[in-house]
Write a protein of this length. Structure first.
Length: 446
């Protein structure tokens, strides 16, 4: 059988044998049974009013670009020839046209779509949520042991110094203080954040506890190696300062989630309301958290929390002075926005929203909120909120880097993360953790 010759500008309709047409191996489009029946009915009733698109490029002769479903129906109906138009495109352009012609028809084969360049799909019109659905992260939780990572480090050979800024792929890490405006502005370097997801040092004076000759004693409230965190004492205006600095580097459409101990809700609530509209309270249930002290006269509570969004004139949260009597299994995060929030997201093709209750049982103590950094968060509980409140390539700011969980979650979700960490030791941990995960090397900027 002879090949039909056509020039690059020849868009004349040709009728050729079905046997000459080569289905495209990269076609990601699928049809539902209903769509297939509707298409068959249309062809039976009106015939082929829309020609197939074939390539005539050398090495790609007669490969089908547009009309795979119509070709299937034509074969089922016994057609010998079908109308086609020819284009002359290399493989890259062929793939792009293949997606563009199919963008708004039928359903996608997600596995085949994942073989395409995300930037190409984005340029064609796929949304951030759709791209998250196509390029889903692998279900293999990171194995990260903060205690072991600290033991590996030679504290006397830490390379990171105060004021240093490192580039980690699309992310930035600065060793500095989020309560200092100059440090915050240096980290952001003129860019604005879409979201803040943070777990600040709790204002609980862990190292005070019982003292002997002015020194903290061991026991509850005393965490080994906490000296590396540089949070032995926090000023009274600590929360006020870091939130004010975040407000200086945020976009108009902005979301913020702040994990905090319940004893500090009043402080966090009041400061957040200066800049943002409170929307909800998220509860993380830790079934395998065990406190290492006697529970006499104290209660380990299990309870549900629901916080309703408030207007700017809300007076604040009324709390009883019973904090010293109660300990609980929950970590609390306050969520607020300014501008328009992003709510809808996708999971396996279906829209969903995360709830305000998280139950995540870690495999070990290190990720149960019981480790050296009190309340270390597994990336698995951060990812759903990053996914629903941001888009791909959005910028998340983390003013308290800690062990780097927000960075790792952002990396997995193809978001950018700018994070500040006051301790050179923990900044080094963050850098090593990212390098180990990605196989890339951090680059010092300043």
């Amino acid at each position: 059988m002879n090949k039909v010759q056509a020039t690059k500008s020849d868009l004349k309709i040709h009728y050729i044998s079905i046997e000459l047409i080569k289905p495209n191996e990269s076609n990601p489009r699928k049809m539902t049974p209903k769509q297939k029946e509707d298409l068959k009915e249309n062809i039976q009733k009106f015939g082929f009013v829309d020609p197939l698109v074939l390539n005539q490029h050398k090495g790609r002769e007669n490969f089908l670009i547009g009309g795979h479903q119509r070709l299937i129906i034509a074969k089922e109906l016994g057609h010998k020839k079908v109308p086609v138009v020819f284009v002359d495109l290399d493989k890259e352009k062929e793939s792009e046209l293949l997606i563009r012609l199919n963008k708004n028809q039928g359903e996608w084969d997600i596995k085949l779509l994942a073989d395409f360049d995300p930037k190409l799909l984005e340029s064609i019109g796929f949304t951030s949520d759709e791209l998250d659905n196509i390029f889903q992260i692998e279900d293999n939780p990171e194995v990260f042991d903060l205690d072991k990572e600290l033991k590996k480090l030679d504290i006397n050979k830490i390379n990171i110094k105060k004021g240093d800024v490192y580039q980690l792929g699309g992310h930035h890490l600065m060793c500095g203080d989020s309560t200092i405006e100059a440090d915050m502005l240096k980290l952001m370097d003129g860019v604005k954040a879409d979201m803040c997801l943070t777990d600040p040092p709790y204002i609980l004076n862990y190292l005070a506890g019982k003292k002997k000759k002015g020194q903290a004693t061991t026991g509850f409230g005393y965490k080994r190696d906490r000296r590396y965190l540089e949070t032995e004492s926090l000023p009274d205006d600590f929360t006020e300062k870091w939130m004010a600095n975040i407000n200086k580097v945020q976009k108009d459409d902005f979301s913020i989630i702040v994990y905090e101990n319940w004893k500090n809700i009043r402080i966090i609530w009041n400061e957040m309301e200066k800049y943002w509209k409170l929307k909800n309270m998220i509860v993380w249930h830790l079934p395998n958290r065990c406190q290492g002290f006697a529970a006499k006269n104290k209660f380990f509570n299990k309870y549900d929390i629901a916080m309703v969004g408030t207007s700017k004139d809300h007076k604040g949260l009324e709390l009883n002075d019973e904090g010293e009597l109660l300990e609980n299994e929950y970590q609390i995060a306050l969520y607020a926005i300014s501008g328009k929030a992003q709510w809808e997201s996708y999971k396996k093709g279906n829209k969903y929203c995360p709830t305000d209750f998280i139950e995540y049982k870690s495999a070990d103590e290190k990720n149960s909120g019981q480790g050296i950094i009190f309340g270390t968060k597994p990336t698995e509980i951060l990812i759903p909120y990053i996914k629903v409140l941001t888009k791909r390539d959005d910028l998340i700011i983390e003013p308290f880097g800690g062990s780097g969980s927000t960075l790792i979650a952002s990396e997995k979700m193809k978001r950018r993360c700018y994070l500040m960490e006051k301790s050179p030791v923990y900044a080094e941990v963050i850098k090593h953790r990212w390098e180990k995960m990605t196989g890339l090397k951090a680059k010092k900027l300043t």
